[in-house]
Design a protein around this ligand. Structure first.
Ligand SMILES: [Zn+2]
Length: 486
């Protein structure tokens, strides 16, 4: 997510019917298909009924192989939407977000599980955290190391009236972090980090996705792949995605283009706004590809969304806040460039954005600096460094905070922004000055290629950069990330 909150005034615009949401899906590369071959599989069948209390009814089938190294008695899934059930747990109801996200007052929402079968046997399941984001499923028999099982889950979701990653306003429904996903298993336990309101507390492994969406007349689905229509059903197929995010709305204006072989689909409330997104996206993808190497995914979609964050990244999908589109100018350009850089840093190469948020956010800020230099020259990049990054080093903040602090250490978005985006990016600015842009970007390109579709830890990044620099950068990273600034 970009660091800034845009203006808080919701501008209600009816989405014009310009173009049906259905295009020819761009082909996935043989490299992506080869790398995805051994990944788990997920099929989701969603029925959307906007006039009912629970707008989504779903059945999903997960085909999972236990590669944890342990025999397991439980399987843990995460759906962050349970947190939207109460004001106390909703990430959109924090003191600094409540008014912007719930302009009509708090409205509850979330996923309710209806049934769960494993290998066609009923199994027990329960939400095992207070915020209902941790779904613990207990099979009748232990899940042995190396064994593949099929888990079938049926669920429904009430989508709250909320300007957030999960919510509906003004005829558009955003289903971010909604579909229950297998939790990541690390060091003998499933990761169950809380859904804090600061940053993007999500961690998931890549899977191969098959999504079918049934919509009433007059609605269209935009998501983490290009859809095709088959007998009135909208079908998405995509390999190697960490999540699948869907936006359902009346058919929006659509512009389509290509840059560096990446298909770009832009949706907005009118063609001029869709075109402005497309122009910015084409430039951003050219610069990012030159800096960090080819993107493994064949396409990316950008869509205007009514929420108070300037933008939010998902696999092959970027949500752009309506307020920032209204504002246009530098804020819009920075949002598009930063969010598209996440297709390399967080999507192609996963990282732990709860424990090491700098590993994707600071790199996306560095990507924005490289974009400014490529498109407008060195002086423009230095102006950004002087106006935001350099001051972040001088700010008086809690002495215990460093870019390596976990998300729940930050009290608010300002602290998070200054430390992770400001001070985190300062590290890459210093490396750029010391090593040269060419060496640093060569290391980042290797990192993107070598760690594609994995969850990389900081050591993977440091190793790739050290190799490019021909010097061990571990002490520098260790000291900077671990040492509180005073
Ligand atoms: Zn970001």
């Amino acid at each position: 997510m970009t660091r800034c909150l845009a203006g808080l005034t919701a501008v209600l615009i009816l989405l014009a019917v310009i173009c049906p949401v259905c295009c020819e899906a761009p082909a996935e590369s043989s490299r992506l298909l080869d790398m995805s071959d051994a990944l788990d599989d997920i099929a989701v069948d969603l029925t959307f009924s906007p006039d009912t209390e629970d707008a989504i009814q779903a059945e999903q089938t997960l085909r999972l192989t236990n590669l944890t190294g342990d025999d397991l008695t439980d399987i843990v899934l995460r759906s962050m939407t349970g947190a939207y059930l109460t004001q106390a747990t909703s990430p959109a109801a924090s003191a600094e977000l409540m008014t912007a996200c719930y302009p009509k007052g708090f409205d509850p929402g979330g996923v309710s599980v209806l049934s769960c079968l494993i290998l066609e046997e009923d199994c027990t399941w329960a939400w095992t955290d207070a915020a209902r984001t941790v779904l613990t499923v207990t099979p009748a028999h232990p899940w042995k190391q190396g064994e593949t099982l099929t888990l079938v889950l049926t669920w429904k979701a009430r989508i709250p009236c909320c300007r957030s990653r999960f919510g509906h306003t003004d005829g558009a429904w955003v289903l971010g972090n909604c579909i229950p996903l297998p939790a990541v298993y690390q060091d003998g336990a499933f990761r169950t980090d809380p859904f804090v309101s600061v940053g993007d507390p999500f961690l998931s492994a890549c899977m191969n996705w098959h999504v079918r969406v049934h919509l009433p007349d007059g609605y269209a689905a935009v998501g983490s792949a290009i859809p095709r229509m088959q007998a009135g059903t909208t079908i998405f197929e995509a390999h190697g995605l960490r999540d699948f995010t869907l936006v359902v709305c009346a058919s929006p204006a659509h512009m389509q283009g290509t840059a560096e072989g990446i298909s770009i689909d832009c949706y907005a409330s009118d063609t001029a706004r869709a075109q402005s997104l497309l122009t910015l996206a084409e430039n951003a993808l050219r610069v990012h590809t030159a800096a960090f190497g080819p993107l493994i995914y064949p396409g990316v979609t950008l869509i205007e969304t009514d929420f108070p964050f300037s933008g939010m990244e998902y696999p092959r999908l970027v949500l752009i806040g309506r307020d920032v589109l209204d504002a246009g100018g530098d804020d819009l350009e920075e949002t598009v460039v930063h969010e598209l850089a996440h297709q390399w840093f967080a999507m192609q190469v996963g990282s732990d954005s709860f424990c090491h948020a700098w590993q994707d956010e600071a790199l996306c800020e560095y990507a924005y600096l490289q974009y400014l230099k490529a498109c407008y020259g060195e002086a423009r990049m230095q102006k950004k460094i002087t106006s935001f990054i350099a001051p972040s080093l001088r700010m008086r903040l809690s002495a215990s905070l460093t870019p390596e602090s976990p998300l729940d250490a930050f009290r608010d978005l300002r602290e998070y922004s200054l430390v992770v985006y400001g001070r985190g990016t300062a590290l890459f600015v210093a490396l750029d000055e010391a090593l040269g842009t060419q060496v640093l970007c060569a290391g980042l390109s290797d990192y993107c290629a070598d760690c594609a579709l994995r969850i990389a830890d900081p050591f993977d990044l440091i190793t790739a950069l050290s190799r490019a620099a021909q010097t061990d950068l571990t002490p520098l990273f260790s000291e900077y990330l671990a040492t509180p600034r005073r």
